[in-house]
Ligand binder design. Sequence first.
Ligand code: SAM
Length: 304
Amino acid sequence: MATWHKIIFGDCRNMLHDLKKESVQLMITSPPYFNAPFDYPGLFSSYEEYLDLISTVGSALIDVLAEGRIACFVVQDVRIKGELYPITSDITKIMREVGFRYRDKIIWKKPEGYIRISRRSGVMLQHPYPMYYYPDNIFEEILIFQKGKFDYKLFKKTNPDTLERSKIDVKKYQTEKWYLSVWEITNVLPLEGRLEQGIAAFPEEIPRRIITLFTLKGEVVLDPFLGSGTTIKVARQLERNSIGYEIDIELKDVILEKIGYYNARLIENDQIIIQVKEKEVKKLRTYLSEKVKNQRSASKKNRS
Ligand SMILES: C[S@@+](CC[C@H](N)C(=O)[O-])C[C@H]1O[C@@H](n2cnc3c(N)ncnc32)[C@H](O)[C@@H]1O
């Protein structure tokens, strides 16, 4: 099935200017984790500014999503200078306030060997006494919200062939344990030189499961915080249409590479639309990676 994919380089807070009411069947995203020290240091001037962004996006989503459909955030609370910011509960509160139902929470468990930022738990080995407990974090949360209730009678009007081709592979569902509220999925490893370096990309398996579970082929998937373009790549593979917003124009090449834009064979039937809103885009990657580098060397110095 030929599909279309629209990449809008601009601010997702303005999505109501571009998208029609109820024109999207699924939103899946992973927003910046506030000012996460090793991804987005200093991106927002305050936590309130960050929550304002989520609030604006949430209100727009209630308009652009079709009735009964799903909005899904992959997030985790973030620790900055020892303080834990409750991003997951604040997003839940905001999404409920703008009118979504809180439908489910999935824990995304990463492999145990992977601790990206620091091994806090080592403190206990140096000081084996009460009050020295600092667990290492190996999970993120997949928050699932729903706009009203889905009318299953709509399937009666769906093309039977589309419905059949969108059927869930029950064998996979069982063997890969999609039915549990804990998903064990390997994260994108932060390897030097890889396409997603410094973007905090989620693994393709997350949008793959969410898109498969909540949309039919040919429907529209939206990612307001596109990053490296994972959602669009997977939407294409699953024969869904997609729209992604990314404010950082410096990610243009990464996104186009990831979604197969430069591979003529891949785009043969699909339509890729690129829009750049010159007044809205920023150049973030170079600035952020410089700040992250400084942060890393400062934290190394503190440890030695
Ligand atoms: C955590 S990353 C998304 C990673 C993505 N899921 C992937 O797999 O690559 C969040 C992205 O949101 C972008 N962003 C931040 N504020 C934005 C805004 N107002 N509008 C659009 N994109 C924004 C950042 O530049 C960053 O690339």
